[in-house]
Design a protein around this ligand. Structure first.
Ligand SMILES: [Zn+2]
Length: 60
């Protein structure tokens, strides 16, 4: 086992738990969530490519 990239694995993530979506995607320093867009906009971050279309109709 090489230690080529394993040295990066003990770095602390800049993300903490988001208070809106609950995922560990809230950036502590930038003060925004990369998952739901909390801190960027009041609307939820949603893209069409997130959910796959089933039977031609989008789920969300
Ligand atoms: Zn969030």
């Amino acid at each position: 086992m090489s230690t080529a990239s394993m040295g990066l694995h003990n770095r602390k993530t800049p993300h903490i738990r988001c208070r809106r979506c609950g995922s560990m995607s809230y950036n502590k320093r930038k003060h925004h969530c990369s998952h739901c867009g909390y801190g960027i906009s009041s609307k939820l971050r949603a893209y069409s490519w997130v959910s796959k279309k089933v039977n031609g109709t989008r789920k969300y």
